[in-house]
Design a protein around this ligand. Structure first.
Ligand code: G3I
Ligand code: 9MR
Length: 554
C-alpha cells in the first residue's frame, strides 16, 4: 500500500483511546471528513476540518481534522471527498507496545562483537564482527603510560548507526535516554521482554541492553588519568558488508576530548544510580561507575576545552563539538543527583543554563530532565522553581509552534537537520517532561503529534520505523540491512528523515523529490544523510513510545 502524495496523512499505527487524534488532509479535499470502520465501512466519526493553511516546510496547503472524540476501540480509515483515503490505523490501549519492543530490540541487532543467534534474531541472525579485543592506541591518543600502538581491549558496545564504528559522544546521549526511559517508567520496562540472550536473567531487558554498551564505554576511559577517548574506529568506513565480513585492518581508540569525557561522566553517573538496586546481580558495578564518572569529571576540569577533530588519516564520523558548557552542566547535574554532593550542583551554575531540545552536540536538556525527575529528593541547594521554569519554558515554546503549525506538529524550518526524525522525538521527550511536572494537557498532545509525525503524519507519507506502518521504509543506509540478502530491513530502526541540507548528494545517485525541507527524504540506501539509522535516533523512540503507552493508559 502506498499513500498517494495527495492522500490523507495519519499516524499509521494508531492511538490510545484517550489520545489527541489528528489527521492532515490535502487542500483538494472537502471540509467534511469521516472516520470509517476499516472492515464494515460504518461511519464512526464525522466532522469538519479546520481552515486550510500552508506548511512552508513542504509547500503543501493542508487542513487538520481532530477526531479525538472517537474513543471506541477498532480499526479505522479516514476518508473525505477529493482525497485518497488514509492508511488503516487502530484505536486501542497499549498501541505502541510492539513498536517499543522493536525499537529497543534494534540495539541488540546493532551489537558489536556478538553473534546474533537465530533463536533471538530470526532471519537476521549473523556471525559476530568487530570483536575489538585488540585495539590500538592511535597516535592522537598516545600518553606516557599508553604510547602509540599500545594494545587495549575495548569489546562490546553498539555500532553507532549504519556504520560499524563506536563513538562515545553519541553513545552517551543514547545510553542515557534508555536509562531515563527505565528510570521514569520502571513498571513498563520491568515486564518488557525483547527476546535477547539475557532475557532470562533477573534484570529488565532494557538494562541488559544498556549494560552491553556501558561495558564498552568503561573500556574507553584511560585508567591512568580518567580521560575518555572519543571513538573506537576504523581509519575508513567499512564497505557494505556484514559485520563478520568487515575489514580486518586495525581499529583504533582516538584522541581524548572534553565532550566525550563529560558525556561519559554524565552517563556513568546516571547508570550508577539506575543500577544501584541491582547490587546483588552486579556486585560493585554501581560504585565503580560512580568512581569512573568522578575521575572523568576531574579530567575534564583539568582539560576544559579539548575539542575533537578527526586526526590525519581517520575519516569516519566525527561528532566534533567545540562548545562544552552543555556537557559540563549535564555531567554536573548527574553527578549531583547520584553522589548527593552539593558541590556538583554549584559547579553546574544552573541559573546560567538554558533548556533546549537534546541532540548529540547539545545535551543541556538532559540535565533538566534528570533534575526534574528527581526534584522531590534533591538536597536543599537545588532551586526547584528554576527547574520547573526551565522545563516548562521549553515545552511552552514547542507547544506554541505546534499550535500554529499547519501540519499540527512542533517541527519547523531549522529542525530539518541530519536526523530530523529524532528532533521530532526529542521535542516530544521534552514536552513529556513538562507534562509530568505540571499536567498541562497541551504538552501531552504536542508530544503525541511528534510521534504521529514520524509514524506517518508527515509530508513524505512514510511511517519512518522499519517494519511498522502501511507505507514502510525499505532501504535504510544500514550495512547489515543492505548486505544480508533479506528483503526486509532489520526491524525497529528509525530512519534519519528529511534533511534540508541533502548532504549526500555527491555520493547518492537517487534523486531528492524536492528541495523543500520536509520533502528532502529518499528511501534509498545510498542516502546516508536522510535514510541512515542511528542509536541516538532510536533511543528517543524507545522513550516516547513507552511514555505515550503509559500515559495513554496501557
Ligand atoms: O554546526 C554547524 C552549523 O554551524 C551550521 O550552521 C550547520 C549548517 O549546515 O551545520 C552544522 O553542522 C552540522 C553538524 O551535523 C552539527 O549539527 C553539519 O552540517 C552536519 O553535516 C552534521 O551532521 C552529522 C553527520 O554525522 C555528519 O557529520 C549528524 O549530526 C550526525 O548525526 C551524523 O552522525 C553519523 C556519524 O558521523 C557516523 N555514523 C553514522 C551517523 C549517522 O548518520
Ligand atoms: O556509511 C557512512 C555513514 O555511516 C556516515 O553517516 C556517512 C557520513 O559520514 O558516510 C557514510 O559513508 C559514505 C562516505 O562518507 C562516502 N562514501 C560513501 C560511503 C557510504 O557508502
Amino acid at each position: 500500500a502506498s499513500a498517494a502524495p495527495d492522500g490523507i496523512r495519519v499516524n499509521q499505527l494508531g492511538f490510545a483511546p484517550q489520545a489527541r487524534k489528528v489527521a492532515v488532509l490535502p487542500a483538494g479535499a472537502t471540509g467534511e471528513v469521516e472516520v470509517i470502520d476499516a472492515a464494515s465501512g460504518a461511519v464512526a466519526w464525522r466532522g469538519r476540518t479546520k481552515p486550510a493553511a500552508t506548511w512552508k516546510e513542504s509547500g503543501e496547503t493542508v487542513m487538520l481534522a481532530d477526531f479525538s472524540a472517537l474513543t471506541r476501540l477498532g480499526e479505522y480509515r479516514i476518508r473525505a471527498d477529493g482525497a485518497a483515503p488514509s492508511e488503516r490505523f487502530v484505536v486501542r490501549a497499549g498501541v505502541y507496545a510492539e513498536l517499543n519492543r522493536a525499537a529497543l530490540k534494534a540495539f541488540y541487532y546493532n551489537r558489536s562483537g556478538m553473534a546474533l543467534d537465530a533463536a533471538y534474531a530470526g532471519v537476521y541472525a549473523r556471525a559476530a564482527g568487530h570483536p575489538d579485543t585488540r585495539v590500538l592506541v592511535h597516535a592522537s591518543a598516545a600518553s606516557k603510560e599508553r604510547p602509540e600502538g599500545t594494545v587495549i581491549a575495548s569489546a562490546r558496545g553498539w555500532y553507532d548507526a549504519g556504520d560499524y564504528n563506536k563513538y562515545i559522544v553519541n553513545s552517551g546521549i543514547s545510553t542515557y535516554t534508555l536509562l531515563a526511559a527505565f528510570e521514569h517508567y520502571p513498571d513498563y520496562f520491568a515486564r518488557k521482554r525483547t527476546g535477547i540472550p539475557e532475557s532470562a536473567n533477573q534484570l529488565p531487558d532494557i538494562l541488559d541492553e544498556a549494560l552491553w554498551n556501558l561495558a564498552w564505554m568503561l573500556t574507553m576511559q584511560d585508567p591512568h588519568d580518567g580521560g575518555v577517548y572519543n571513538k573506537l574506529t576504523n581509519q575508513r568506513f567499512d564497505g557494505i558488508v556484514m559485520p563478520a565480513g568487515a575489514s580486518t585492518e586495525p581499529r583504533y581508540v582516538v584522541q581524548k576530548g572534553t565532550a566525550a569525557t563529560l558525556d561519559f561522566a554524565a552517563t556513568m553517573a546516571t547508570a550508577a544510580r539506575v543500577l544501584k538496586p541491582y547490587e546483588q546481580q552486579l556486585p560493585g558495578l554501581s560504585a565503580r561507575m560512580l568512581r569512573a564518572a568522578e575521575a572523568a569529571w576531574e579530567w575534564a576540569r583539568a582539560n576544559p576545552a579539548v575539542a575533537f577533530r578527526n586526526p590525519a588519516g581517520v575519516v569516519t564520523g566525527e561528532y566534533g563539538d567545540a562548545t562544552f558548557d552543555d556537557e559540563f552542566a549535564w555531567a554536573a547535574a548527574e553527578l549531583y543527583i547520584s553522589s548527593g554532593k552539593d558541590s556538583y550542583y554549584a559547579a553546574m551554575q544552573p541559573a546560567g543554563v538554558s533548556a533546549s531540545v537534546p541532540q548529540w552536540a547539545d545535551v543541556r536538556g538532559l540535565a533538566w530532565i534528570s533534575l526534574a525527575h528527581h526534584r522531590n529528593s534533591l538536597s536543599a541547594v537545588a532551586d526547584r522553581k528554576l527547574i520547573a521554569a526551565r522545563v516548562d519554558g521549553l515545552a511552552a515554546s514547542l507547544a506554541a509552534t505546534w499550535r500554529s503549525s499547519a501540519y499540527g506538529v512542533p517541527m519547523q524550518g531549522g529542525d530539518f537537520v541530519w536526523g530530523s526524525n529524532a528532533v521530532a522525538l526529542n521535542q516530544s521527550m521534552m514536552l513529556l517532561q513538562a507534562y509530568r511536572l505540571n499536567g498541562k494537557r497541551d504538552y501531552l498532545d504536542a508530544a503525541q503529534a511528534g510521534l504521529d509525525y514520524v509514524l506517518g503524519r508527515n509530508a513524505a507519507g512514510y511511517a519512518f520505523v522499519t517494519g511498522f506502518g502501511a507505507r514502510q521504509v525499505m532501504h535504510p543506509h544500514h550495512r547489515p540491512s543492505m548486505a544480508d540478502k533479506v528483503a526486509a530491513p532489520v526491524p525497529g530502526f528509525l530512519a534519519g528523515g528529511p534533511h534540508a541540507g541533502q548532504q549526500d548528494k555527491g555520493d547518492c545517485k537517487a534523486v531528492y523529490p524536492s528541495a523543500l525541507p520536509a520533502l528532502s527524504y529518499i528511501d534509498d540506501d545510498c542516502s546516508y544523510a536522510s535514510n541512515e539509522v542511528a542509536i541516538n535516533w532510536n533511543a528517543p523512540l524507545v522513550y516516547v513510545s513507552a511514555a505515550l503507552d503509559v500515559l495513554g493508559g496501557e
